[in-house]
Design a protein around this ligand. Structure first.
Ligand code: CA
Length: 228
């Protein structure tokens, strides 16, 4: 079920649209001014915005610009004017589609579904890596354990990332030096041990009672899902 934000200052139109969009299976929140709409987008991250161009506080173009400044949410413009030049300008500044008032519920529902399909197709796959209670978001350089953000140095994050993308696979110190530190083997191998010890501590475990980080004696280390 899509979460929609309907931005419409006319109370009667708003009520009618909320009713018909709800009947078409959408969850509908509403705003009656552009400022209220922008705040809602930031706070609630709706799946799509249906934006009336004639709002009391801001002109339609300004409203769309403000929304685009804070979010990439798909926006369908609703306008009373069938003004092609204006619609082209709105599409140029980031509207995904437009619809001319008055429109029927079936028509707006079809537009909404088409825009949501395009948005879903354009969304890159989620890069989040999950192993047990451990989640890594490489785009944000963020690691969490059981929902709590781990305070990792950049190198500790890289090390954890390298291991978490190979769950259950034994990795040698030589591999880690070459791929995480980009160093040849020899001399610096204590670096790996030290970082592994720090990482262990931050994961709340130790070598005697390992959970995620398992030493394979004489070979290397592997990261496992301790919950399975
Ligand atoms: Ca209006």
């Amino acid at each position: 079920m899509a979460q929609l934000l309907l931005v419409e200052d006319d109370a009667a139109i708003r009520r009618a649209l909320i009713r018909s969009l709800t009947e078409h299976g959408h969850a509908v929140a509403s705003a009656s001014t552009a400022m209220e709409a922008v705040a809602h987008v930031v706070e609630h991250r709706p799946d799509l915005v249906l934006l009336d161009l004639g709002l009391p506080d801001l002109d339609g173009r300004e409203a769309l610009r403000m929304m685009r400044a804070v979010s990439a949410v798909p926006v369908i413009i609703a306008t009373a004017r069938d003004d092609e030049a204006e619609m082209v300008r709105m599409l140029d500044i980031g509207a995904d589609d437009y619809i001319v008032k008055p429109f029927g519920a079936a028509q707006v529902d079809a537009r909404i579904r088409a825009v949501l399909r395009r948005a879903a197709a354009a969304t890159p796959p989620d890069p989040t890596i999950t192993v047990g209670g451990l989640t890594l978001r490489p785009d944000a350089h963020e690691a969490r354990l059981d929902g709590e953000v781990l305070d990792l140095s950049p190198k500790e994050f890289d090390l954890l990332h390298y291991l978490a993308t190979r769950p259950g696979q034994v990795v040698t110190k030589r591999d880690l030096l070459a791929n995480v530190w980009r160093l040849p083997y020899g001399g610096a191998d204590k670096t790996v041990d030290v970082h592994l010890a720090w990482l262990r501590r931050k994961l709340g475990e130790n070598a005697q009672e390992p959970r995620y980080l398992r030493t394979v004696r004489g070979v290397g280390i592997k990261l496992v899902d301790p919950t399975t």
